[in-house]
Design a protein around this ligand. Structure first.
Ligand code: ATR
Length: 270
């Protein structure tokens, strides 16, 4: 049996064990996947213990993705540009770091929700770690441009500059968003966590597809999008399942199917 885990704090509500256990059943693999709560300053020690006990790989969630980036011996391009790692594979004592968040988002948008990103105008709200993690895979889909709007303008401007070689990215303050509609709006702020919605003019979402990286039945952003006349609205449950599938593939070289796993989770969480 191969051992995998997810590290986080908090970790109690993680759906990753359910998702990976279903992937393993589906692909006929004998794995055990557990959740491990690491104290805020003990991630590295916990991860090293897991590795010495023979663990084959692990996922990393909030707040340890940057520490995971630091302990990896090898990084994929996605992990490097994200500046964060959510998946580590252990092979011959070496730690291979990947970030599957952005690919997970793109797979959900394009394969599950049927959108094409090519030639589209995409607005991302927020300029934190979540935004940095999704930018490269989004730019690889060749949107006409990506606008990053952040409460703290300087952070959006810096991120836009950092990704300028990968495509057209503009950064500005949230208060500078005009009512002019875009094609897709992605909420990558952590505002939903505290039940808030960033102060944005509704006109920008009219006719746009609005996607919240958070999952849950109705986040404040999703309610705002519906009231603003969005053409479609989604939470991030599909991204969660898709990023897990990419992690499973990174570890085991087998791409699991995601549709049944996603619909069974949807039936559970609403
Ligand atoms: P994460 O890794 O989840 O992205 P982060 O790096 O702390 O976390 O970034 C959180 C993002 O949510 C930031 O863009 C933050 O804006 P600031 O850079 O101005 O802090 C944004 N954010 C959080 N709460 C918000 C709110 N109530 N309204 C608007 N933006 C908010």
């Amino acid at each position: 049996m191969d051992n995998y885990a997810v590290f986080g704090n908090p970790i109690e509500h993680s759906l990753s064990p359910t998702i990976h256990t279903q992937f393993a059943e589906q692909t006929g693999c004998d794995i055990r996947y557990t959740k491990i709560l690491a104290a805020k300053d003990e991630f590295t020690d916990c991860a090293l213990d897991f590795i010495s006990s023979g663990g084959k790989g692990f996922n990393i969630t909030v707040p340890f993705k940057i520490e995971a980036f630091k302990i990896a011996n090898h990084l994929t391009l996605n992990a490097k540009t994200a500046g964060a790692v959510n998946t580590i594979k252990i092979q011959d004592g070496e730690l291979y770091g990947e970030n599957t968040d952005g690919k997970g988002l793109v797979n959900d948008l394009c394969n599950n929700l049927g959108l094409s990103l090519e030639g589209k105008d995409i607005l991302i709200l927020g300029a934190g770690g979540a935004t940095q993690g999704i930018l490269l895979p989004l730019l690889e889909q060749k949107p006409v441009r990506i606008l990053i709007a952040n409460r703290t303008k300087a952070r959006a401007e810096k991120l836009a500059m950092d990704f300028a070689t990968h495509g057209k990215v503009c950064g500005f303050g949230m208060d500078q968003i005009k009512a002019k509609p875009v094609d897709i709006v992605i909420n990558a702020t952590s505002a939903s966590l505290s039940g808030e919605m960033p102060a944005i003019l509704p006109g920008v979402a009219k006719g746009a597809f609005c996607y919240d990286l958070m999952y849950g039945q109705k986040t404040p952003f999703m309610n705002w999008a519906k009231q603003s006349g969005a053409s479609g609205v989604s939470d991030g449950l599909g991204m969660l399942v898709e990023q897990a599938a990419e992690a499973y593939y990174f570890w085991r070289g087998v791409m699991p199917k995601t549709d049944e796993v996603l619909s069974s989770l949807r039936a559970t969480i609403g």
